[in-house]
Unconditional design. Structure first.
Length: 422
């Protein structure tokens, strides 16, 4: 249960923060966000806000989306002959259109549709009560809603609130805002982590921070603030040098030369054997030296985020030199990492969330159609050409990208299942 809760929190925060970036800047640009969804697949909760956005929670925790007017195919195509019902205002304007068989609107007017224009003219023409002698044309309110076949109610999408009606710069910012929010979240989480830990670990020194009680290091006489000079004759210049040797030698006797109050000392100890995931590593019970200043803690958010960016870009580069599904991970891997983090405490969960947030931001900026990066590339092409791509061509490019992503996600998920459960 702890793993499930941790996974849902990590997943929920990452998706909400990412999609809120798109949502916020779309609203600022005057673009109608018809739906803000957490999860994919069948709807399990829906609420329409006063801002005209329908907020939904969906069954499958594998993503989320903001559904902007003009950017998606209509889930409900209003075709001639379709039965529907409409709810009218006192002025005779259509306020709600219902094409769902799951929902009945009281005091609504049943119609057989002849024609509909919910983009420009905002009119609905049909036969009232199926009587072909009563052809009626109703004006449709600009802010009217439509209840789709699934039962989800969303606003209609007149042209003036569609994505393509916004300025090019606003559209680029709207597409970039999701990854941008992930980068900002990473920085905030790393700063919070520094305050929780009481400081920022220093790795470019051989000075240790504290020695844990009842540890091999304490038993060997090593004290807080000592410097580890060498282990088994190998020089130690940094924390990474120290951990590289110790972790590889569980249950082995080590000879340690260290400096205590300026004096060189030599001692021996046996590294304790500890389970870490699927590996057994050695530990001697010492922690990093720490920078505890407020400026240091805040700066660590930016330096830590930059270190993550360089590491992730290097990992992405390795995919081109030697592609392997084992270098990728999906929801199953996030669940496994959440399980490990949940057992190690809040700080580990926050660190995992920061890493996944940066990962999500960078991957979404890849110039792949259907990703945010692919959309931004199309925006720049429009800027260079001075006009947008043909909607059919753009739709085809997006569909190819989406199909590629779906196939890759299935392969990655299946690979993760085999790795972790078989």
């Amino acid at each position: 249960m702890r793993t499930i809760i941790t996974f849902l929190i990590v997943f929920g925060v990452l998706v909400i923060v990412h999609e809120f970036g798109h949502f916020f800047f779309a609203k600022r640009a005057g673009i109608l966000v018809r739906e803000f969804a957490i999860g994919m697949g069948p709807k399990i909760y829906a609420h329409m806000g006063k801002d005209g956005t329908t907020y939904t929670i969906r069954l499958l925790p594998i993503g989320g989306y903001v559904r902007m007017a003009g950017l998606e195919e209509e889930e409900t195509n209003l075709t001639p002959g379709m039965p529907l019902s409409v709810e009218l205002s006192p002025k005779g304007e259509v306020q709600r259109i219902n094409v769902s068989k799951k929902i009945q609107l009281p005091n609504s007017v049943p119609m057989e549709l002849i024609a509909a224009d919910l983009v420009d003219d905002l009119t609905l023409k049909g036969y009232v009560h199926g009587d072909e002698s009563q052809e009626v044309v109703y004006p449709v309110n600009h802010d009217a809603t439509i209840i789709e076949e699934t039962g989800t109610e969303v606003r209609i999408a007149p042209r003036d609130v569609q994505f393509q009606s916004a300025k090019l710069g606003s559209r680029i910012l709207t597409n970039f805002a999701g990854p941008m929010n992930n980068f900002l979240l990473t920085i905030v989480l790393l700063i919070a982590l520094a305050f929780i830990r009481g400081g920022v670990p220093v790795t470019n020194t051989n000075q240790i921070g504290t020695v844990q009680d009842n540890s091999p290091a304490e038993a060997a006489g090593i004290a807080d603030g000592d410097r580890i000079l060498s282990i088994d004759g190998e020089k130690i210049s940094s924390w990474n040098d120290l951990t590289a040797i110790v972790t590889q030698n569980p249950d082995k006797k080590l000879t340690i030369e260290y400096s205590h109050n300026g004096n060189k000392e030599t001692t021996t100890l046996t590294a304790k054997s500890v389970k870490s995931g699927n590996e057994t590593i050695g530990q001697i019970g010492v922690t990093n030296a720490m920078k505890t200043g407020i400026i240091d803690k805040i700066a660590s958010g930016f330096t830590g985020a930059f270190a993550m960016v360089t590491g992730l870009l290097s990992a992405l580069g390795s995919l081109f030199t030697g592609f392997s599904l084992n270098k990728l991970g999906g929801p199953v891997m996030i669940y496994q990492l959440s399980s490990q983090a949940a057992s190690q405490g809040v700080a580990t969960v926050i660190n995992l969330m920061a890493f996944l947030s940066m990962n999500l931001g960078i991957v979404n900026l890849l110039p792949i159609p259907a990703f945010d990066g692919g959309k931004i590339v199309l925006n720049f092409i429009e800027g260079i050409r001075g006009k947008p791509l043909d909607p059919e061509k753009e739709g085809m490019i997006t569909m190819v990208g989406f199909a590629f992503i779906m196939v890759l996600m299935v392969l990655v998920t299946w690979n993760d299942i085999q790795r972790f459960f078989f």
